[in-house]
Design a protein around this ligand. Sequence first.
Ligand SMILES: NC(=O)c1ccc[n+]([C@@H]2O[C@H](COP(=O)([O-])OP(=O)(O)OC[C@H]3O[C@@H](n4cnc5c(N)ncnc54)[C@H](OP(=O)(O)O)[C@@H]3O)[C@@H](O)[C@H]2O)c1
Length: 244
Amino acid sequence: MSKVAIVTGASRGIGASIAKRLAADGISVVVNYTARPADAERVVRDIIDAGGQAYAVLADISDSVAVEALFDQAEVKFGGIDILINNAGVIQPGMVNLADSDDALYQKIFAINTKGTFNTLRLAARHLRDGGRIVNFSTSVVGLALPGYSVYAASKAAVESFTAIFAKELRGRNICVNAIAPGPTATELFLGGKTSEQVERLARQPPLERLGTPEDIANVVAFLVSEQGGWVNGQTLRVNGGIV
Ligand SMILES: NC(=O)c1ccc[n+]([C@@H]2O[C@H](COP(=O)([O-])OP(=O)(O)OC[C@H]3O[C@@H](n4cnc5c(N)ncnc54)[C@H](OP(=O)(O)O)[C@@H]3O)[C@@H](O)[C@H]2O)c1
């Protein structure tokens, strides 16, 4: 029987690459999205055209009731859940220093990045089959301590703590919980609101001297959820070409 994965925020960017890669590896994928149904349906169609199994489900991960419906729909459609990829996330437009961050910015970023991850983790404890895998999403900005990213980095630092502690709380279930902390990766989230000079400067920072691609990140997710990844647990892996 094929494994089943929920990938949050899989309509585009890193999440879409993860969904396609896991499906290519034989995993049935729930493609979660919140605002762009056409993008999510395109990902589903690409997967099905390539011989895989996928299904799109609308759910705003910051809404615990919607997340419950997401898990229920995944179970109804595919008969169970083995893997949760907590990829959905948002960032501030451009760079905003802490002193210039308003309440709305703080609330939005923490509601989606932190509460959204909490919402899905809590349900994963109940719904994931034993032997499952969870991959959360942090950012290398936590390590870089970049000015202009304080609220975003703080919302993801909490995700790193969830990861380390939840891995221990799931003792006895044979479920591995890890986080990936990408560096600058060529998606709308990274490119939006930046000048081409800012993008160029950040792209030159890692010793490998380029931006990451969504596929670079999907490759590591595929490893973590594979049999070969089964001894990695409770870790945050920075995947960033060496930027930090
Ligand atoms: N790109 C980078 O440089 C970078 C670096 C470090 C960490 N990350 C992390 O990697 C993850 C993916 O980032 P990305 O660059 O691929 O972002 P992206 O291109 O902006 O895509 C974001 C995805 O998240 C979904 N989403 C946003 N808010 C949501 C919500 N409330 N509920 C459900 N889905 C929601 C979007 O759905 P819709 O299409 O429906 O709007 C979209 O599928 C994020 O957690 C981000 O923080 C990215």
